[in-house]
Each structure stands twice: as C-alpha cells, then as structure tokens.
Design a binder for this molecule. Structure first.
Ligand code: BGC
Length: 298
C-alpha cells in the first residue's frame, strides 16, 4: 500500500507553459522526464483543462502505466484557490474567476485532483525538500515568472493564498516591475531589474519581517546575476528545486489528499497547511459567549 502511493503526478500551470512530472513524494525527486506544452491562448478554463487532461494521459502512458495509472494528480494554478475553486485570474484568462477547477479537472482526468495556488505548491516543496527544510519562523517563498507568486510559512506551516505580487509599489501592481517577465518585457539589464525586485523585497520586509526569503521560478537558475545585488535585510537564497518546485509541491498536495486509511489525520503535507488540519477551538466553539462577545449587545 505504502509503495503503491509513492508516486503522484504534479502539474504546474504557468503563464507560458503547462508542465507535468511524476514525483516520488518520499524524496521530492522527479521520476523520469518532465513534459511541457505551451499554455493555450486564450488560456480559458476549458482549453487549459483539456490540455492538462491530455498531458496527464499521455504522460502517464509514457512514464509507465504501472507506476502512474491511478496516481493522484495535483495541479498548481496562478490563482487564489479556495476549496478547489479558483477565485482570481491575474496572468490567466478571466474565465478562471469563480471556476470550480477541482470538479472540472476531476471530471476530465477521471480521478480526484488537488488544486492549489502555484506559489503555495512551490513553497510546500521548498519547505519540505529544498532551501526551507528545517527553517522555523517566517519564511517566504517567492516565485518569479510571468507573475510574482508568494508562499508564506510560519514554522513550516503554509498560510495559503498570500498574493504579495499584487502589493502596490510606486502606484503599480508590484509584479509588473519585479516578476521575471518584467525584465524581458521592459528590456532591462539584470542590475536594473534587481533594483526593482529589491524595492519590492524591502516593502515586503517592512510588513512581514521574514527570517528567510527563497526565490524560485525559472529565473532562480540565473541567481548569480542578481542575488548579490539585493540589499534587503533578511537572507535571500535561490530555490533549491529551481523551477521544478511547483510540480513537486502539486504532487505532494495530491498524494496527501487522496483517501487514506488514516481518517481525519491530514498527514504531513496537510499538517503543513493552515486550515487543512483540524481547527484549534476558538472561544466561539466553547458554547458560551465571553464578556467580549456580549460587549456590543449591551
Ligand atoms: C497570481 C498568483 C500567482 C503568481 C505566480 C500572480 O499574478 O496572482 O496567484 O501565484 O502570479 O504565478
């Protein structure tokens, strides 16, 4: 049983490409090659869901039916995701707003699918297997790609759906200057772009005071061109899993959400996500109002 569930399939939907890989979730390593196809344009839910379903099917056949048939599937998308429903659509077609991606993907693929924000997925992988492993306190995993995504962790647990790419800096959406695509779109040198990214990191630091910032996304492979130019207070390191973190984290989330004999135990990944583990009782659950509750009624 344990061995059967070793492999999960992770899908990472980006602004330019959709990537899929099979992941050994005990080690975080990709099993075999990953595949990538261009993100359909326009990137409507129907078009992207169809591409993911085709990719997973073809990939499963090529990767060895025995290992991947029936393997749980996780999909990271560039959206806020609440209970499988995508709520925002910054670098993807507007049709994703309030789209039940979990249900649509499960119907298209024919098995349960875990859907989560792409940067949250990358963060889960970095915190378990990469640059954040064992780091306590506040850790931010920022993915720099078409947009700028954020995964925020406190003592290894994810606070899901933070959207630090959309802070306002100099009157603009911050990711328009600090995402990796901003460098190419604006034809900037690494030095000029690093200054814009640095300004964003300083603004984040003033609000959240993280212990560590991990930078991921495609640009992490060129970390030597800009890391040394950053002046922000906390240490900033490149993601250890580079651009594969999104695939690995999506697979981790999938493996965890597949039904297990463990019952209500959310498992190690579930315990990494605030809100996925059983809630801590609040004073409202205690059955009687506290003096604070009755204050407004007097
Ligand atoms: C989206 C985020 C996403 C990030 C990286 C942003 O524009 O709002 O949800 O994580 O891009 O893809």
């Amino acid at each position: 049983m344990a061995d059967e569930r070793r492999i999960a399939i992770g899908v990472d939907v980006g602004g330019s490409g959709v990537k899929v890989g099979a992941v050994d979730i005990r080690t975080g390593e990709l099993v075999g090659d990953r595949r990538r196809v261009a993100t359909p344009q326009p990137s409507t839910p129907d078009a992207v869901v169809a591409v993911i379903a085709r990719l997973v099917e073809r990939f499963s056949k090529a990767a060895g039916a025995l290992e991947t048939a029936g393997a749980p599937v996780g999909v990271g998308v560039p959206c806020v995701v609440i209970d499988g429903v995508t709520r925002t659509a910054a670098n993807i077609d507007a049709g994703w707003v309030d789209f039940d991606a979990g249900a649509a993907l499960a119907a298209a693929i024919g098995r349960p699918v875990a859907v989560l924000n792409d940067a949250d997925a990358a963060g889960l992988a970095e915190m378990r297997f990469g640059a954040g492993a064992g780091v306590s306190g506040t850790v931010l995993v920022l993915t720099l790609g078409t947009g700028l995504g954020s995964g925020m962790f406190l003592d290894g647990r994810l606070f899901p759906n933070t959207e630090l790419g959309h802070m306002e800096i100099r009157g603009r959406d911050a990711e328009r200057r600090s995402a990796s695509s901003a460098r190419t779109r604006r034809g900037l040198s690494w030095k000029a772009w690093a200054a814009d990214l640095d300004e964003h990191l300083h603004a984040i630091d003033r609000l959240l005071w993280p212990n560590l910032i991990i930078l991921g996304g495609g640009v992490s492979k060129s970390a030597d061109r800009f890391l040394g130019r950053l002046t922000v207070r906390p240490p900033v390191v490149a993601a250890a899993l580079r651009n594969d973190a999104g695939i690995v984290g999506a697979a981790m989330a999938a493996a965890e959400r597949a039904p297990t004999a463990a019952g209500p135990d959310p498992g190690p990944v579930g315990r990494m996500i605030l809100g996925a583990a059983p809630p801590i009782p609040t004073r409202h659950d205690a059955g009687r109002p506290s003096s604070e509750d009755s204050f407004d009624d007097r």
